[in-house]
Structure formats: structure tokens, C-alpha cells
Design a protein. Structure first.
Length: 299
């Protein structure tokens, strides 16, 4: 069972190398992470973008491109289009954002003609390795969907469950977060959380509970003190947040206050989309590539 981010790297190394299309690969830091992922045997990269800059950066970081496919493009939009088409035509297994803006890439991912759209909702899944928690914990969605309704949350949760399914868990334990554990008509998040619990109650390999406050989700001791009975408390795998503010706040708190390591992927398309921020560490970029490879192989 995968319990650490390093486990994701190790497992992805032992699977078939996933073919990664990098859109606008002329990004120095992204290229370094791609180099490392390639050299440890996780991916076979296809680099799309400004060929001159890609070659220049590759020389600077000691990335031998002799056996690497490089596709020249003349614009950021073309880089995104070519990269997505590589995945949709099964020449690549997943796609990663390089230098271009997220909106440019996602527009191509959602293109009805050749994109990776399916009957779902794109959502961001972040995975955190927190020093004082005994396993990896997923947080969704703190990066894309602002204030999803019940149907949106249902799709977001399905995306995160699909991600967690490659971790070898016996039961995937989900907490639908709110500010309290009782349904309150004045708090729509509590109503949606309870509806999600009811919707997933017949799933064999998933336990969904909600609403739960954050402390009850992550601490069995808190549940005992409050005399709250729960099958997921203190052992939760997925934290589903009601809105982007809560997700963004929890995620950045884990990173900057709890020294958590992380990886992230966008789910809901036919194949994973790896989006990394310039503020992300090299480690986060590498783990995110490995996560995308693992999910792509699992799909």
C-alpha cells in the first residue's frame, strides 16, 4: 500500500513507462523535473514547444535529448493543441503544463473535436504527506471549482476516488468537510455532505461520511472527546472541501505550517493533467509527474 510520496515514485518506476506530453516544455524548472522522472524510469517524455529553447535548457541541465522526441511549435496555443492531440490519439498517456498559462492548456483539454473531455468535471486533487499523519491524505478541490453544487461535488469526489484507487487501499475513507458534524439548514455544505454520504453508502470499497469538521476527520482522539462515532475519523484518505476557499486554506496551511510534501493532478478528463505552479518545489513537480504516470497506468 502506498503511504508515502516516495512510494508513488517507486511504484511508478516498476510499471510500464508512461508517455508524457509536455506542453511548452521550454520551462527550465519543469524540464529539470521531467529529466529526473525520465532518468529514474518513470516516463518517456515528448517535449513540445520552442525547440531552440528546449535544446538550450536541456544542455544547461545535462539532459541528453538524443532519444527524446522533440516537437517544434510556433505558439503556446499550438503547443497545447499538439500535446493534447498526442494524448487523444494514444501517442502519449498524459499531459503536463510547461511554460504556458493553465487556461490555454485546459481549453485544449476540453476541446470537443480532439480534446480529452468526458462526462465529468475537471477537478484538482492534491496529495499531502504530513509529518504527523500516518499516511497520505488527499484534498479536493482547492484549485479549480469555486463553489460546486451537490452534483459538482459528486463528480469531484468520484475523481478523487479514482485517484485513490491506485494506492492499494482496502477501503477509501472520505470526509466531507464543513464547520460542524450536524446538518444545519442554514449551512448548505452540511446538507450536501449528508447527501453525499447517502449517495455513496452502497459502495463496497468506499466509506463516505459527512458533514465532519476538520478535527473530527483527522483525529480519532477528537472524536472520542466529543463522543462522535465515525468509521473514518483519524484514518481519512480524502478530504472533500465545500468550496475553493477552504481547500486553498487547508492546502497552504499544510504546506507552510505543517511542512507537508505534496503532489497534484487534475482529474476528470480521459487522462490525467499535471499542472504545477512556479512556486512548487522541484520535489513537488517530480512527485506530481510520478502521480500522473501512476494514475495513467491505472486507467
Amino acid at each position: 500500500m502506498i503511504k508515502k510520496l516516495e512510494d508513488i515514485l517507486e511504484k511508478s518506476k516498476n510499471l510500464k513507462k508512461a508517455r508524457l506530453a509536455v506542453a511548452s516544455a521550454e520551462d527550465y524548472e519543469v524540464l529539470k523535473a521531467v529529466k529526473d522522472a525520465y532518468e529514474i524510469g518513470v516516463i518517456e517524455p515528448i517535449l513540445v514547444g520552442d525547440e531552440k529553447k528546449i535544446i538550450e535548457y536541456a544542455k544547461e541541465i545535462g539532459f541528453d535529448l538524443e532519444n527524446i522526441r522533440v516537437i517544434s511549435s510556433t505558439s503556446l496555443k499550438e503547443s497545447a493543441m499538439v500535446s493534447v492531440k498526442l494524448v487523444s490519439s494514444d501517442e502519449a498517456d498524459f499531459v503536463m503544463k510547461g511554460l504556458l498559462d493553465t487556461a490555454i492548456l485546459l481549453k485544449e483539454v476540453l476541446n470537443k473535436e480532439y480534446g480529452l473531455r468526458k462526462d465529468s468535471l475537471l477537478s484538482h486533487v492534491m496529495i499531502y504527506e504530513v509529518p504527523n499523519y500516518h499516511k497520505l491524505i488527499m484534498l479536493t478541490d482547492g484549485g479549480m471549482n469555486i463553489n460546486p453544487d451537490f452534483e459538482g461535488k459528486k463528480k469531484i469526489l468520484k475523481n478523487s476516488i479514482e485517484t485513490a484507487s491506485v494506492f492499494g487501499l482496502d477501503k477509501i475513507k472520505v470526509a466531507c468537510l464543513s464547520a460542524k458534524e450536524k446538518v444545519n439548514e442554514k449551512m448548505p455544505s452540511t446538507i450536501d455532505a449528508r447527501k453525499l454520504q447517502e449517495f455513496f453508502e452502497d459502495e463496497k470499497d468506499v466509506i463516505v461520511e459527512g458533514p465532519l469538521a476538520f478535527d473530527l476527520a483527522i483525529s480519532n482522539e477528537a472524536s472520542k472527546i466529543k463522543n462522535f462515532k465515525s468509521e473514518v475519523s483519524g484514518d481519512v484518505d480524502i478530504l472533500l472541501v465545500p468550496n475553493i476557499e477552504m481547500g486553498n486554506g487547508i492546502g497552504k496551511t499544510l504546506t507552510y505550517m505543517a511542512n507537508a510534501k505534496s503532489a497534484g493532478v487534475i482529474m476528470g478528463a480521459k487522462k490525467p493533467v499535471v499542472l504545477v505552479s512556479r512556486a512548487d518545489t522541484h520535489e513537488t513537480k517530480l512527485y506530481s509527474i510520478a502521480l500522473g504516470a501512476l494514475v495513467a497506468n491505472g486507467q
